[in-house]
Design a protein around this ligand. Structure first.
Ligand SMILES: [Zn+2]
Length: 86
């Protein structure tokens, strides 16, 4: 009986230690949000039409000329596609 208690206590300590390592100790609500924020997820990435840098599609700058191309910065959107100039 004492062995069962010791095993249970040990399992509880290991469980608490493991949970403390994995989660933010601020609370269950924030820790679950932090966990989902840290989880890698697929983000649609697009290529800058000027310099070729890949970036998330929600950070891309669309062209002021309305040519349906996306750029990494407003400066590159002003310059336009690199291959058109050469
Ligand atoms: Zn660029």
């Amino acid at each position: 009986m004492l062995q069962l208690l010791a095993i249970g206590l040990l399992a509880y300590v290991i469980y608490r230690f493991w949970k403390g390592l994995k989660h933010n100790p601020l609370g269950d609500n924030t820790s679950s949000q932090a966990y989902s924020a840290n989880t890698p997820r697929s983000i649609d990435s697009v290529k800058c039409a000027h310099c070729g840098v890949h970036m998330p599609v929600d950070e891309a700058v669309s062209s002021p000329r309305g040519d349906n191309k996306l750029y990494c910065t407003p400066e590159h959107a002003e310059k336009g596609p690199r291959f058109r100039r050469k």
